[in-house]
Each structure stands twice: as structure tokens, then as C-alpha cells.
Design a protein around this ligand. Structure first.
Ligand code: ADP
Ligand code: MG
Length: 728
């Protein structure tokens, strides 16, 4: 074993796990560091409390005076907890969170100082936007951007800083973050869904979108991770032969959680409790050293903030336990990658989950309305939904050898398929009394029972109905959920809006009763959206063929997938729903495509360096040893030499071929990169990176991995898969 590897492994084994004791009940810790409703009641005046509550509930503006009172109370609360700084906390399009800390401390002359935090500092700040991705929105002479307080997501304390969740927009008002379009989309879906709810219950005033994410991740010892330049710089391994033992024994999934990982989890969960992130579930995932963490679902905007915050603190807590967290979608070839299922539902302020079948025929008609409209929305916008989860790293899952496929389809289960089939038979126009009874009792009325055994879930589906929610499974583990959630809520909002227009027209023109009209429109939707429903195995080639016949898109790479973001239809959709202007949509496209180029560029450089600077010299060294050996054999055995050294000579040749394979392909890759870099048009550049640069990764890796099996372990420079995945 090489010295570097040896020391990394030694350190890793010598590490003594920190034992994390939990002295307080989690329910007591929960939300302690959050300026939540409970804390606000304690610290705010009645006026201020009502002002914030109205902003949260009904999106009402908070006036300056109230903002001043809130700021002052927030400061008092924060100071009482030993906080020294505050920051606007936002989610720029880099994919991570951003913060710039300012101290409360102010001097007031005469050698005196106070702690100060006013309404204006709470409400708005002006960070320099020029260093964040802006996709050409911000021209160079106007570098300012604004962050503005989002009162719907409570301020929290992390370490010694008061963090205020904010949106981040350009000086000219365009969104430069994930939160702004999400908030607009949530508003759109609230409006559209509330209007549709009125068919069934006049008392509904607000519909909230919920999200429950499930975060998958890998834990690797910090020293071992640091010994690999590819993990350090790209968050994944770019090469490495698979370990003799991988996940084939299925001995990790739901197994007992290794001690050190468990201590990390407890520590992380304690942090989450303090920050009001309601984490509930933890378990081992399929691959060795792969785990999952899931909270209780929350209002979507808050859930997105919580997931972003979680991804940040995971890294910090891991470091305390000498771990590196890998959030990448595919850190290791040959074992499972990581995703982030987005469980999504809509619920009313009257306490009804609109995607949960009810107890009466009427509540079930409401359920079917939202259920079928969601299917219809996905059917119409499947390519856009795929675009919403496109990234260089998620390409390793979607459309590669991993679940789910790049084709978006919807799984609803056998029982609901039957219900839809029966509904398809609804007569056009007015229903006879007999048909009404039949529908209500036998079709719609039956749903609650039949759903109970909808547990047979198809794990290969990218978008599955699981009893009382849809589960968008194609989201990547590194993703900011704000992006897919903004798109999903927007397409559902648009669909519900169109639905209402159609139903109203039938009620008005054809003189149908309300539920007859609803049935009639739903029937047509069922007929026209069949191509998006798929219950079979999503992995196989058979599905790819079938999907093609059905006209579903199958965009395997990010440059292809992203195009749907800027199609005429998508631009019009976002404009109509007031989620993004044309400029914002186009800017986002540009940012995402540039991010793709940069990711592939970095990976390509790192791979080239490792192959040339680590692998080839090592292989040459070993080859020289073999050559010396063969020369020696020749000296000793003389004429018998040919038969004795045949295998050694073959080995030397084999090594030569792999070295040649690496050198030739790396040279080719560097050439392709140079060519790609000279392309002005970013879309063409992305395609060049995808088709001419990235396409060589596998060949280079193949030769490197073969050499790993041939070259003396003593001098192999890179920590091996077995060491990364199984050292405990
Ligand atoms: P799994 O998909 O692993 O079987 P569960 O179905 O238990 O897990 O739930 C996964 C996530 O879905 C959790 O975060 C949970 O809170 C969330 N969830 C449950 N019900 C809903 C709902 N109605 N809306 C949104 N998320 C939900
Ligand atoms: Mg799930």
C-alpha cells in the first residue's frame, strides 16, 4: 500500500468516535433557535405579531413601523442567546446558500458603543450581486442586488449569527435566486387551487403546497476523502475500480447504522431540532456508507429553506466527526447513487389534503379533480419537469444506469388505474340519475378502501402517487428543491386555472350541474393523458421504445433537457402565471447551461491530471520493474527464456496498451476541450462539452481502472474503492 494511502487509512481507523449524548428531549429542543410563532408571541407587541401573522397567512405587506418593532425584538431575543452578528440568508443560483455577517455592534461616539438592528436592516440589504450568477441580467455598471426579508420563513440562529431568510433580486427587480420564483409559484397555485376548491367547499380561503424531502448522502472518512483529488475537487470519484464486494449482498440497506455514522446523525439531528427542522427518519441506504435523512413534511417554502440549511450544516457537523459528506448524485460507479425524493401535496386552510381520498363521494370528486389535474399538468409539461431537475451530476442517474429514467411518467397504481378506467365511461353532457348514483357509490365512493393496499410502489417511477401525495423521485441529491418545486407548482397552477375555465364554460353554456361539468372535463383529461401513465419497469430498453412511440421526451443529457426551459410554451407559461418574466427564464437557462459547462470542464481537467500525473507514472514505474525482471530472467535462463517469461512479457504489453490508451484519450480530450472553449455560443459549447469532452471520460477511466488491477498495490497512489467504502 502506498504511504499516502497507508497513513490515510491508519488515521481513519485510529479515529475515536465522539459519543453524542442527548440530554434533552427532542421536543424540548425543537425550534429553540428559531424566531417562531411561540417566540414571537413572547417578544413582539400585539400589533407587530398581527402584522407578521398577516404577512405569513395572507401575504400582506409589513409596514416600516412594524418592521422596526420586529427588528428590535429579534435583536433582543438574539442577544439573549449570545448572538453577535446578523445576516441576510439567501439561496443564489450557485446551488449553495449565501450570507454576509454584520455585527449588531455600532459606535455612537464618546468612546461608547451599542447593539443596533433596525427595521431597514431587517427588511432590505444591498449585497454586491456581481459575484453571483446572473445570466446576463445585471450589466456591469449596475452591480447592486437586493436581498429582501421573507417573513414566511422564520429567522433562526446558527452558531452566533442571526440568519434572516431573504429573497435575492437584481437592482432591476429580476429574481437571482431560487426562492423568488418559488414564492411566486406558491402564490399562483394557491390562487388557482383555492378557486377550484370553491366548487366543493365555499369556505376554503387558502391552499398550501407541502413538501417532504428525503435526503440521501454518503459519508466518507475525511482523511480518505482528502487523499483523493477527484473527491476533493468534484465531490465524486472520477475513476477507481469497483470493490470485489460492493452492494451485492444487500447487507447495508436498513441494516444497523454503524456507530460513527450514528453519532454524526445524532449530532446533526440535534442541530436540526434547534433550528426547527423536523427530521424524523434515518436509515442506511442501499450502497455501503450511504444513508438517508427525512423530515416531517412542511409548507413548501419553509421545507426548501430547511433542506438548503440542512445541506450546509451537514458538511459542518460531518467535519466534527471526521467525515466528509458526499451529496453528489453519483459519487461511486457501480453502487447506487443518491437522489432527493420530493413528496408533494396540496392542502386547504380547512385542513383537507386535496390529494388524499376522502370519506364521501363529494370529497372524492374533489380528490379526483386534483389528482387528475396533476396528471394532466405533468402530461402537458413533462419535458419542462425533466428540465427542472437537469444538472451535470443528476445526468449520472437519469438516463444512465440508474433509477429513475430520464423519461418522465406517472405511476398511480392498479386501483386508481381502475377508477380512471371507470370514469372514462361517464356519458357526455347531462348524467342520468341512475348514472349519478352509480358513479357516486361505485366509482368515486369506493376510493378510500382500495387505496389502503397501494403500498406496492413502483420504485422505478420518476413521479409516483403514494396514497396521499405525489412523490417526485427524479430530483437529484444536490439539488435546491426550490427549482423543481417552483416548476411543479406552476404547471399545476396553470392546469387548475385552465380546468376552471373549462368547467365554468360547461356550467354556463351547456347548463350542466357543477359535478356533471367536473365529471365531463375530467373524463376528457383521462382520455388525453394516458400516454404519461406507466406502471411497468422504468429501467428497461422496452420502456424507452414504448415511450418514444407515446411521444414522451427522453432527454438524457442536461444540454438537451434544458432546452424545454426556454421553449416558447415555457416562457409563456411562466409569464402567464407571474412566476418568471422572459428575461428571468432566459437568464436561468443561461446560468444552468454555464454551470453544466463548468462542471464538465473541471471534471475533465481533474481526470486528465490524475490520469497523467498519478496513474501513468505509477504504471511506468511498475512496468520498469517488470522489464528489469524479464531482463534478469533472460540472463539466468538464456535459451529457455521464451517459455519462462511469456506471461511477464504479456503483462508488460498489456500495461503499455493501457498507458497508450490513457495518453491518447487524454490528448484527445484536451484537444476537444480547447475546441469547445473557443465556441462562443454557450448552447453549442455545452453540447461540445457533453458530446466531445465528457464522452471520453469512460475510456480514460477504463484504462486507469484496468491498471489498478495490474499494478503493484504497494505503489498505487489512489485510495481504492474498498478502502473508501468499507474502512470502519
Ligand atoms: P418513503 O417514501 O421512504 O416510503 P414516506 O412515504 O413515509 O417515505 O414519507 C416520505 C416523506 O414524505 C416524509 O418527509 C413525509 O413527511 C412526507 N409526506 C408524507 N405525507 C405527505 C404529504 N401529504 N405531503 C407531502 N409530504 C408528505
Ligand atoms: Mg420516498
Amino acid at each position: 500500500m502506498s504511504t499516502l494511502r497507508f497513513h490515510a487509512i491508519k488515521e481513519s481507523l485510529a479515529y475515536k468516535a465522539i459519543l453524542v449524548e442527548e440530554k434533552e428531549r427532542r421536543s424540548d429542543l425543537f425550534g429553540k433557535n428559531v424566531f417562531n410563532e411561540n417566540t414571537m408571541r413572547q417578544y413582539l407587541t400585539k400589533d407587530a405579531f398581527v402584522g407578521v401573522a398577516n404577512a405569513i397567512q395572507f401575504g400582506k405587506k409589513i409596514d416600516r413601523n412594524i418592521a422596526g418593532q420586529v427588528a428590535s425584538s429579534m435583536k433582543d431575543w438574539a442577544l439573549s442567546k449570545g448572538v453577535t452578528h446578523y445576516t441576510h440568508w439567501f439561496q443564489p443560483l450557485t446551488g449553495s446558500t449565501a450570507e454576509k455577517h454584520d455585527a449588531f455592534f455600532e459606535t455612537i461616539g464618546h468612546g461608547m458603543a451599542i447593539e443596533k438592528f433596525g427595521g431597514s436592516q431587517l427588511v432590505q440589504q444591498e449585497p454586491d450581486a456581481s459575484s453571483f450568477p446572473h445570466g446576463g441580467i445585471r450589466n456591469t455598471f449596475e452591480a447592486r442586488g437586493y436581498t429582501a426579508w421573507d417573513p414566511t420563513s422564520p429567522a433562526f440562529i446558527y452558531e452566533t449569527t442571526l440568519c434572516i431568510p431573504t429573497i435575492f433580486v437584481a437592482y432591476t427587480g429580476e429574481a437571482l435566486d431560487y426562492k423568488t420564483p418559488l414564492l411566486r409559484a406558491l402564490h399562483a397555485v394557491d390562487d388557482a387551487a383555492t378557486a377550484v376548491c370553491k366548487y366543493f367547499d365555499k369556505n376554503v380561503k387558502k391552499v398550501t403546497s407541502s413538501l417532504g424531502w428525503e435526503q440521501e448522502y454518503f459519508l466518507v472518512d475525511k482523511m480518505l476523502a482528502a487523499s483523493r483529488p477527484d473527491i476533493t475537487l468534484t465531490g465524486r470519484t472520477l475513476l477507481g475500480h469497483s470493490s470485489a464486494k460492493g452492494q451485492q449482498l444487500d447487507d447495508h440497506y436498513f441494516g444497523s447504522i454503524p456507530n460513527r455514522a450514528l453519532n454524526f446523525m445524532r449530532d446533526l439531528e440535534t442541530e436540526c431540532m434547534l433550528l426547527g427542522i423536523p427530521v424524523k427518519t434515518r436509515h442506511n441506504e442501499v450502497a455501503p456508507n450511504q444513508f438517508e435523512l427525512a423530515p416531517i413534511y412542511e409548507e413548501a417554502n419553509l421545507a426548501v429553506d430547511h433542506n438548503s440549511l440542512l445541506m450546509d450544516i451537514m458538511g459542518r457537523v460531518a467535519s466534527r466527526h471526521n467525515f466528509k459528506v458526499l451529496l453528489h448524485e453519483k459519487p461511486f460507479a457501480g453502487v447506487n447513487g443518491s437522489g432527493k425524493h420530493n413528496n408533494w401535496s396540496l392542502s386547504t386552510d380547512t385542513g383537507v389534503n386535496l390529494l388524499s381520498p376522502g370519506k364521501t363521494p363529494m370529497s372524492n370528486l374533489q380528490f379526483l379533480t386534483f389528482f387528475i389535474n396533476t396528471i394532466k399538468a405533468v402530461h402537458t409539461h413533462e419535458a419542462l419537469l425533466r428540465a427542472a431537475i437537469a444538472s451535470a451530476s443528476n445526468d449520472h442517474r437519469l438516463g444512465a444506469n440508474e433509477a429513475p429514467p430520464a423519461i418522465i411518467s406517472v405511476f398511480i397504481g392498479e386501483q386508481l388505474t381502475k377508477v380512471l378506467e371507470e370514469l372514462e365511461g361517464v356519458t357526455k353532457g347531462k348524467l342520468s340519475p341512475q348514472e349519478k348514483t352509480e358513479l357516486k357509490l361505485n366509482v368515486v365512493g369506493k376510493i378510500p378502501d382500495v387505496l389502503l393496499d397501494n403500498t406496492d410502489r413502483n420504485r422505478t417511477s420518476p413521479f409516483a402517487f403514494t396514497g396521499n401525495k405525489f412523490e417526485f423521485r427524479a430530483v437529484g441529491s444536490t439539488a435546491n428543491c426550490g427549482n423543481p418545486m417552483a416548476v411543479l407548482n406552476t404547471i399545476v397552477a396553470k392546469q387548475l386555472k385552465d380546468f376552471k375555465v373549462e368547467v365554468d364554460a360547461l356550467i354556463g353554456k351547456k347548463d350542466l350541474k357543477k359535478d356533471e361539468a367536473v365529471f365531463n372535463v375530467l373524463r376528457e383529461y383521462i382520455k388525453s393523458t394516458k400516454s404519461i401513465l406507466f406502471e411497468g419497469n422504468g429501467y428497461g430498453e422496452a420502456w424507452e421504445k414504448e415511450a418514444k412511440k407515446r411521444g414522451l421526451s427522453n432527454n438524457k443529457t442536461t444540454p438537451e433537457a434544458l432546452k424545454a426551459r426556454i421553449s416558447k410554451e415555457s416562457i409563456a407559461l411562466f409569464e402567464e402565471m407571474n412566476v418568471m418574466s422572459k428575461i428571468e427564464t432566459e437568464a436561468r437557462y443561461e446560468i444552468e447551461i454555464e454551470a453544466y459547462i463548468m462542471h464538465i470542464q473541471i471534471e475533465s481537467r481533474v481526470l486528465g491530471d490524475i490520469a497523467r500525473n498519478h496513474i501513468v507514472p505509477t504504471a511506468v514505474k511498475y512496468q520498469n520493474i517488470l522489464i528489469e525482471n524479464v531482463k534478469g530472467l533472460k540472463e539466468i535462463f538464456e535459451e529457455k527464456y521464451n517459455s519462462v517469461s511469456k506471461e511477464q512479457i504479456n503483462l508488460i504489453e498489456e500495461i503499455s496498451n493501457h498507458i497508450e490508451g490513457i495518453n491518447a484519450n487524454v490528448t484527445k480530450m484536451i484537444g476537444a476541450r480547447k475546441k469547445a472553449n473557443n465556441i462562443e455560443d454557450i448552447e453549442k459549447k455545452a453540447h461540445a462539452y457533453c458530446n466531445n469532452v465528457k464522452s471520453l471520460f469512460d475510456d480514460i477511466r477504463y484504462h486507469c481502472d484496468k491498471l489498478e488491477l495490474l499494478v503493484d498495490d504497494e505503489i498505487w497512489p489512489l485510495t481504492k474503492y474498498r478502502e473508501l467504502l468499507f474502512t470502519r
